[in-house]
Design a protein around this ligand. Sequence first.
Ligand SMILES: Cc1cc2nc3c(=O)[nH]c(=O)nc-3n(C[C@H](O)[C@H](O)[C@H](O)COP(=O)(O)O)c2cc1C
Length: 215
Amino acid sequence: MSSNEKLLSRAIRERRATPSFDGASIPDEDLRQILQAGLNAPSGYNMQPWRFIVVRTLEQKKRLRDASFNQAKVEEASAMIVACGDADGWRSGDLEEMLRTGRQGGMSESYAEQARQNIPNYLSNHPNMPMWLNRQVMIAFTHMMLMAEVLGYDTAPMEGFEQEKVREVLKLPLSYEVVALLGIGHLQGTDKHNGGRFDMARTVFAEEYGKPLRL
Ligand SMILES: Cc1cc2nc3c(=O)[nH]c(=O)nc-3n(C[C@H](O)[C@H](O)[C@H](O)COP(=O)(O)O)c2cc1C
């Protein structure tokens, strides 16, 4: 850990959705660390259906901005990470790759054998593939956002984009679903108002819905 990294607890407390970035470039090594944090995230069956497109050139950021309701921070960010899910990854090599890395880590042959049957069965019949992708991709996305904050960057998660336009700008395969955009950089100006958060009593229950949790 480098000496100027923030503790994760502090990064979580202090993180804000950044309204405007100063546009300075981001060192490759920091970007690599941020991306790797996302790739280390857990996923169902370890299937890792996420795909990320990193956008850093001004011209491509401008195109992405046009596809994102003209949000200026898309163009101002040092890097935009477009988080996608691939609905067909498991059909086109991910399953075998997951079994290969799993075996390296000690996965048993019987587990691998079961997985080879169960995973295609589960995913080919999944009642809501966009939801499944979303669930996996957002965990990796959050890992990246928090790693960027730990490294001293400011971040902006974004759902304000037009799916078809982003697809076109990034030349995405048809099986890809754009899940969210993550802007990374340094805050320019001041943060927007602090929206605060709901009290725990409103959103957390004990044992069953409606029962207050006493801590
Ligand atoms: C999934 C997601 C999508 C968001 N999309 C946008 C967006 O498109 N544009 C924007 O200005 N803020 C966006 N935000 C930021 C939220 O408005 C912000 O997180 C919220 O108001 C709370 O503010 P805070 O994060 O500074 O505490 C998004 C946040 C999340 C988690």
